[in-house]
Ligand binder design. Structure first.
Ligand SMILES: [Fe+2]
Length: 172
């Protein structure tokens, strides 16, 4: 999110709301390209399928944002999400890096949970903005995605604690 890096001025709460949606729209599209690579790199089958499942959800998150733009009478436009670019780049470093497969799985989860927390922050904000602006359909759609991001985060925590970290810790 580069709030003041673009030429667009933020003169109203509505404009800020749309700008935040554009940032998320860019972030989600970047993630649809990154998740197949994360899934391919995952060694643990449960982690691989968690990434694959989240890819399907993420494709739906892109569609939901398009529905939100449509409901607002706005065209779906992206605004470069520098944060997601950086988070994806960190994930790429893990993917291309060498090392023990179990430790690399733990590193993939570390990267993926940073992504989820970023999205949870973003969706929490736009959901709350939509509430303030009285956009009830947008609230409903954004809350659905927010719930899925939170579920994914919990799932990754459980996978890390129960399966991935114990294996990673056992490797020497
Ligand atoms: Fe998402």
């Amino acid at each position: 999110m580069g709030l003041f890096s673009s030429s667009a001025a933020l003169n109203s709460f509505d404009e800020l709301f749309v700008e935040q949606l554009q940032d998320l729209y860019d972030a989600e599209q970047r993630l649809t390209k990154a998740l197949p690579k994360m899934a391919a790199a995952a060694h643990n089958p449960a982690l691989k399928s968690a990434f694959e499942e989240h890819l399907k959800q993420t494709e739906n998150h892109v569609r939901r944002l398009e529905q939100v733009f449509q409901g607002l009478g706005k065209s779906a436009q992206t605004k470069t999400c520098e944060a997601m670019k950086g988070l994806v780049e960190e994930g790429s470093e893990v993917i291309s890096g060498k090392g023990d497969p179990d430790v690399k799985d733990a590193a993939l989860i570390a990267a993926a949970q940073r992504v989820e927390h970023y999205e949870i922050a973003g969706y929490g904000t736009v959901r709350t903005f939509a509430q303030r602006l009285g956009k009830s359909e947008a609230v409903r759609l954004l809350q659905e995605t927010l719930n899925e991001e939170a579920e994914t985060d919990k799932k990754l925590t459980a996978l890390a604690e129960k399966a991935i970290n114990p294996k990673a810790a056992a490797s020497v």
